[in-house]
Design a protein around this ligand. Structure first.
Ligand code: NAD
Length: 233
């Protein structure tokens, strides 16, 4: 085994205090997803959407990586083979734990995208007050650099190339409800990869994995990383 691809979802950040999104009520922080996470919602009520992400940004800055993020960062440091952590999360907890070989397929809460000049800027403050773009000075054209429902996820070519080379695909803390990420397990398996799911409960796509381990990410992930590193040739 040489190449590992890991997909993470909101469940890996739950124990850092960031709420997941398809909780039983289907709401994300008291909002319907259609009201805050689609381009239509942004066109209809930009102030509401900006306030929502301003609040997410503040929460993320106050959160800390948990043992699951830390274990994946250790794997990234110590694994000699190829590794790619693909996160659906918009928080920066993987990076803050020290992971480097990773990408955000659904964008980042701590990044702002100027729709006037297309520049992206690291952003820790608010966007609801229509700040000027640091590149082109346009006011009110910065939006959260987030892939909303109906938009194309980032870096898909790179992800599918890695899935095509994977010997092991591991999905952590994701409900398997959001495509295209939910289809990665089939893509990896079709190329001969082993597949493992680590989640609190069985996800919608559980039956597609060779193995599922149930439990909290902060317990399962460090244990799995120890296992993989101790078997490293
Ligand atoms: P989801 O909310 O749909 O599913 C979360 C999954 O994590 C569930 O299957 C749940 O059983 C599991 N889970 C909950 N607590 C866990 C724990 N302690 N340990 C292990 N597993 C646990 O999340 P998703 O599949 O990532 O869904 C999609 C979208 O939600 C993404 O596009 C993402 O951008 C957005 N989102 C991101 C964040 C974040 O960045 N932290 C938070 C909420 C939602």
């Amino acid at each position: 085994m040489h190449n590992i691809v890991i997909l993470t979802g909101a469940g890996i950040s739950a124990e850092s205090g960031l709420r997941t999104f398809r909780a039983d009520d289907g709401l994300w922080e008291e909002h319907r997803v259609e009201d805050v996470a689609t381009p239509e919602a942004f066109a209809r009520d930009p102030a509401l959407v900006q306030r929502f992400y301003d609040a997410r940004r503040e929460q993320i800055r106050a959160a800390r990586p948990n043992p699951a993020h830390e274990a994946l960062a250790r794997l990234d440091r110590e694994w000699d083979g190829e590794l790619l952590i693909v996160t659906q999360n918009i928080d920066d907890l993987h990076e803050r734990a020290g992971a480097v070989r990773m990408l955000h397929m659904h964008g980042e809460a701590l990044s702002a995208w100027c729709t006037a000049c297309d520049a992206r800027h690291g952003w820790t403050g608010t966007l609801g007050d229509a700040p000027a773009c640091p590149s082109c000075a346009a006011e009110g054209d910065l939006r959260p650099d987030i892939v909303w429902f109906g938009e194309m996820p980032y870096r898909m070519e790179e992800i599918f190339a890695a899935l095509g080379r994977a010997d092991l695909f591991v999905s952590i803390g994701t409900s398997g409800a959001v495509y295209p990420a939910a289809g990665f397990v089939q893509e990896a398996a079709a190329h001969g990869s082993r597949t493992l799911e680590l989640n609190l409960e069985r996800s919608q796509g559980s039956h597609l994995f060779e193995e599922t381990r149930l439990g909290s990410a902060s317990e399962l992930v460090p244990r799995w990383v120890d296992e993989v590193l101790s078997a490293q040739p």
